[in-house]
Each structure stands twice: as C-alpha cells, then as structure tokens.
Ligand binder design. Structure first.
Ligand code: ADP
Length: 495
C-alpha cells in the first residue's frame, strides 16, 4: 500500500490545481472545511481569510438570499454521501461579497461534489469543485431579455416569423405567418403548401430565394402577391431572411420575418401607374418636337444660319435631356410592375463602354474621360440596358464632379466576372449615404448636392438591372475625394 502524501506535498499540489476546490468533512449539517485551495479563495472572495475549520454554512450565508442556495447545496452533499456517487449542480445561486468586500452580489455557481470514502467504505470527506458562472448566467439573461423584447416588437408590428432547417428543408411558421397565408395553425407546413397561396408569377423568385439562402447563405428580401387560402383575400407579403450559424460556424437556421405590406404596395402601384401614364403621354409630343427640331437644324445648316443652328442645337440638347428623364421614369414604372424583360445577346463589353464614352463626349466637354479598351470581353446580357447602366454611372461621375476633373473607367476580369469600375474625383459620398444610394428615390441632401437636379432613380435602375443579370453593384467613396462605382456581369461561359 502507498504511503500517505506528506502534508506539504499535498498542499502544494492542491494549491496549484486550476479548479477552485475545497475538501469538507462528511459531517452534516456542518460540512467542516478541511482544505481549500487558492483558486477557491479567489472565486469565493475569501483571499487572506483562514476558512479551514469553519462550516461551509458559515462562509457567506448570513444573507437571506442564500437560504435556498444553502438548502440545495446541503441536499447535494447529503446525496453524495448517501449514494457514494458524485453529484453535480448545473446552476445554483449563492451570493458572495462583491469587490467592495461588504455587500453581497448575486452570484451563480456550477458545482460538483465527489465523495471520498474512508477505510470502512463510508464517506469520510467530500471534494467540492465550484465554478463561478455568474457572467454566463447574466449574459444568458440579457439574451433572453433581448429576445423577449424582439418577440414583443415583432408581435406588436403584426409580423410573422418563419424558419427553414438547412439540413432537411423543414419549415416552421409562427401562428401570425400561418394566419397571413391562411394555413391551419396546428399542422406541419411544406414549402409546396405555401406555394399554393403564392401567385404563380412569384413561384420562381420564392424558390430561388430559399435555395440561394440555404445553399449559398444569401439574405433575402422579397415582395410577392398571395391569395389567403382560407379567406381568398389578396395580399402583398414581404419576406426578409438570413442564415444564422451555430457556435461551430455550421448553418443552423435560415429564418426571418413575414409581413403584410398590401397597403403600401397598392399605394406604390397606383403611384407607378400614374408615373407610367404621364411619362407615356409626354413621350408622343416630345418625339414630334424632336423631329421638328432636327428638321429645322438641317434647314438652318443648309442656309448657313449660324445663330438659328446654335439655338436649335441647344433646344435639341434639352429635348434629349427630357427624353432621358422620361425614359428613366418609364423604366422605373416597368421595373416596379415587373414588366422589364431582358433581351440577352452576346456582345463585347469593352466596345459598348467605348461607344457610351464617345456618345457622352459629344454632349459634355471639360472632363478627361480615361478609358483604354484592352481586348474584347464577351458577355451575354441585355446590351441596351447595360448601355443605360454605363450611361447612368458615367453621367453621375460627370454630374457630381467639377469641370477639369478626370474620370477613369476600367473593365477587367475579377473572380470569374467581368468587372467595370467608374472612378471620379468628385464630391464623394459619406458612408451613411453610401449604403442607401441604390434605393429608389434616394438622393444625398447636403450643401454640394442642393443645386444639382435629379430624381434619385438612376442608381436604383442600375442596381435592379445588374441584379437581374446575376451581377453585383456597389460603390466606394470618400467625401471630397471622389467615388468609384463598380458593377459585375457573369462572363460568357467557355464552351
Ligand atoms: P440622381 O443623380 O438623379 O439624384 P441617382 O440615383 O443617379 O439619382 O443617384 C442617387 C444619389 O447618389 C445622387 O442624388 C447623388 O447624391 C449620389 N451620387 C450618385 N453618383 C454619385 C457620384 N459619382 N458622386 C457623388 N454622389 C453620387
């Protein structure tokens, strides 16, 4: 049999344990402390105090808040003695003095009591390991509180929630979401079931949003038209969603909110209809005006009437500006009504940029537009709409820069995409506005932009068109120094 450890050796070993530990005698109800290591003194705020020989009850339990905790600890120790098996406590409240050393602070502990039998097999001592888990509990409580507040906010805004399990695509919906769609509250719901309520024109975008979300972890924000399966009422629904990951970084839930946006959507649709009708009606007289002006320019040039030619050229420029403005509005109305169709064909993006630069160069002077085509870069896209995107970005670079400044256009291949960048030395945009530039009707309001006219629809159009081509659009900018607008387009696959 081994000799018992000399006392000083035991003390050194015990004191250097990283776990906070005490050893108590199995003498209920006192549980006299026979050994206590430094870690324990540290976590129990008893540094410098001699606590051996005291009952564990004497440590801090003068506080009435500790009566319940003390009973739980006594019960655990007694169970360890009776069963001769370790007993664990997941979380027990037992308050100890705070940093000031006087007032007790709410404290939570995780503990393990290991019985140590004597020679006769009866439990003689108990080794207690106690971890202070107050911060964890407080954090968990703070998270619970935040979740409760969020739930309350979601409920009072009459929003529903939804959740797709990324492993088996199982779907769960809150009662409010089911109510919006008109589904029975008790049953499990499949995606197919939900599609029955969605207007067929939106089946594809909804399916794509979920697949893109689950497989590529993309966030979604989608409006679609539904018919309530019970009331048969038509409603516009908006869903937003994103992927949430577990602690190990694995996708855990694809979930988000569902809300009824019928009123706002119908308002928008009415506004769009109005804009579409007015723009359409303005187009006819403008076309006639343009034809007459061009005829008159031709005649004035023939008669070498320089004054009339210059005047008419000015009228022509203004007519062009108005036409561009009206086309902008028509485009937005079409986008909103999902009436924009992409007419894709294969073309050279470098060539298109060059043509747009030449065209803009004809009507604006005083800027150095720097673009050197490199070699043909073939893409499969809607040429006219991409031309409008380049035109909008280049016009903005000019519009928001002073005369004499340089605009650099680049077209490269990056990460398997064609990437176009348009860099200016203009007024720049601050980071707060930068996030919103691509929203419909968004304009930056400050001293520098006050005198520059516009409707805030150009970048929105660009973003929608690029999104529909599965590309990306973004901007980088520094106030006073300039901005760079980027967009990407998928390259033509090599066959
Ligand atoms: P508009 O120019 O008609 O207002 P846009 O949608 O084209 O509409 O642009 C939205 C806003 O973004 C503009 O009002 C302007 O404040 C800002 N912006 C766009 N391009 C630039 C740029 N190159 N430099 C600085 N600000 C810009």
């Amino acid at each position: 049999m081994l000799n018992p450890l000399p006392e000083h050796l035991f003390e050194t070993l015990f004191n250097h344990l990283s776990e906070p530990r005490i050893v108590v005698k199995a003498d209920p109800p006192y549980f006299t402390i026979v050994a206590c290591n430094e870690q324990y003194r540290l976590v129990s705020n008893t540094l410098g105090k001699d606590i051996t020989g005291k009952s564990i009850k004497e440590l801090h339990n003068s506080d009435p808040a500790n009566i319940e905790g003390d009973l739980i600890i006594q019960d655990a120790l007694n169970r360890a003695i009776a069963t001769r098996k370790p007993v664990e406590l997941a979380a027990v409240r037992y308050d100890i003095p705070g940093a000031d050393g006087f007032k007790n602070e709410q404290s939570w502990w995780q503990a393990e009591y290991i019985p140590i039998p004597g020679k006769d097999g009866k439990v003689e001592y108990l080794m207690c390991t106690t971890y202070n888990i107050t911060d964890q509990i407080n954090n968990r409580e703070a998270i619970d509180r935040a979740q409760q507040q969020l739930r309350l906010a979601v409920e009072s805004a009459k929003m529903g929630t939804w959740d797709v399990n990324p492993t088996d695509y199982k779907l769960s919906l809150s009662d409010r979401s089911k109510e919006l769609i008109g589904l029975p509250l008790i049953e499990e719901i499949s995606i197919e079931e939900i599609l029955k309520s969605i207007d067929p024109a939106y089946h594809q975008p909804v399916r794509e949003a979920i697949t893109n979300g689950v497989e590529h972890h993309r966030s979604c924000d989608l409006d679609y038209l539904t018919t309530n399966l019970i009331t048969k009422e038509q409603k516009w629904i908006r869903i937003t969603g994103k992927m949430f990951f577990d602690d190990s970084g694995k996708p855990a839930h694809y979930s988000g909110l569902m809300m009824d946006i019928t009123e706002r959507k119908l308002d928008d649709l009415r506004k769009n209809d109005f804009i579409a009708i007015v723009s359409h009606e303005l187009k006819t007289p403008l076309t006639t005006l343009k034809a007459y002006v061009q005829m008159l320019i031709a005649r004035a040039t023939k008669t070498e009437d320089a004054f009339t030619t210059v005047g008419l050229e000015k009228v022509n420029q203004q007519v062009k500006k108005m036409t561009a403005m009206i086309n902008g509005f028509l485009n937005i109305a079409r986008l909103e009504a999902s009436k924009i169709h992409l007419d894709k064909k294969i073309f050279d993006l470098e060539k298109l940029i060059q043509e747009t630069v030449n065209e803009i160069g004809l009507i604006t002077s005083g800027y150095n537009i720097d673009f050197v085509p490199y070699e043909p870069l073939m893409v499969h896209a809607d040429l006219e709409k991409i031309a409008q995107v380049i035109n909008n970005l280049l016009s903005n670079a000019i519009k928001y820069s002073l005369k004499g400044k340089t605009i650099i256009i680049n077209c490269i291949i990056a990460d398997g995409f064609a990437q176009v960048s348009i860099k200016d030395e203009g007024i720049g945009v601050n980071s707060h506005d930068l996030e919103k530039l691509f929203e419909r009707y968004y304009r930056v309001e400050n001293q520098s932009t006050r005198t520059i006219s516009g409707f805030g629809i150009g970048l929105y159009f660009c973003a929608e068109i690029i999104k529909r081509h599965e590309g990306r659009i973004w901007a980088e900018s520094e106030i006073g120094k300039g901005s760079t607008f980027y967009f990407t387009l998928p390259l033509l696959p090599i066959l």
